[in-house]
Design a protein around this ligand. Structure first.
Ligand code: PGA
Length: 256
């Protein structure tokens, strides 16, 4: 079996001015900027992308955006494009986050366009999928995840599929302090990997990193990261402080 390098991504959401972002990223560069055991990605708001990009130059940290428009340019007030992100040396982009889906009306079809555009522009998509509490209670978890995954990856070629990162984020666990149990998370991660095998091939599915997201903290990370199909985390709240984020990177390094 292929051993996948763990990936810890910080989703800063709508937090931090560029001055605050610089303080945080400087701490991260100093503490985890040289380690190579874990891939570490920071995803600041657009306003800090350039500042953070410059601050991580020469370190092992990678830069991600939290969203992106599928078109390269044009009359899309308030949006940014893949070439714009590439020009600032971003390597990753979070797509289809549940907050984008719920608060900004993003559909699977729109998310899919973004995934295809990201790949065309050599940006690695971090495609988020996950069920709401109501959907889980109705027993619809796997069905929802399957729909979001298949629609989000529609048209992705086998050759490019292994650069996609999937984030399983149960909506009821995001920012709530309620973390999925390791069994709940592992069940969905294994299911996602089986779908990837069907959509692409077994070797591709074995290469794809599947992150867990939703109240991942230093206290619960070791157990989650020890699961066979959990290859890292997409971290919100705990990514806003250097100390907790660094602890998560350390936990991922220990779990490899
Ligand atoms: P959380 O957010 O860690 O604060 O739950 C995770 C996310 O939304 O990506």
């Amino acid at each position: 079996m292929i051993s996948r390098k763990k990936l810890i991504a910080g989703n800063w959401k709508m937090n931090k001015t560029s001055a605050d972002a610089l303080t945080l990223v400087a701490d991260l560069v100093a503490s985890v900027g040289r380690q190579t055991d874990v891939d570490v990605v920071v995803c600041p708001p657009f306003t800090s992308i350039e500042t953070v990009g410059k601050a991580i130059e020469g370190s092992m940290l990678k830069l991600g955006a939290q969203n992106m428009h599928p078109e390269a340019s044009g009359a899309y007030t308030g949006e940014v494009s893949a070439p714009m992100l590439r020009a600032l040396f971003a390597t990753h982009v979070i797509l289809g986050h549940s907050e984008r889906r719920a608060l900004f009306g993003e559909t699977d079809a729109f998310v899919n366009k973004k995934v295809l555009t990201a790949l065309k522009n050599q940006l690695k998509p971090i495609l988020c999928v996950g069920e709401s509490l109501g959907e889980r209670e109705l027993g619809l978890t796997l069905k929802i995840v399957q729909t979001q995954l298949e629609a989000g990856l529609d048209g992705v070629s086998k050759d490019l599929a292994s650069s996609v990162v999937i984030a399983y984020e149960p909506v009821w666990a995001i920012g709530t302090g309620k973390v999925a149990t390791t069994e709940q998370a592992q069940e969905v991660h294994a299911f996602i990997r089986s779908l990837l095998t069907k959509l692409f091939t077994e070797p591709v599915a074995q290469k794809v990193r599947i992150l867990y997201g939703g109240s991942m903290k230093p206290a619960n990370a070791p157990e989650l990261l020890a699961q066979k199909d959990i290859d890292g985390g997409l971290i919100g709240g705990a990514a806003l402080e250097a100390r907790s984020f660094v602890e998560l990177v350390t936990a991922a390094a220990a779990a490899k």
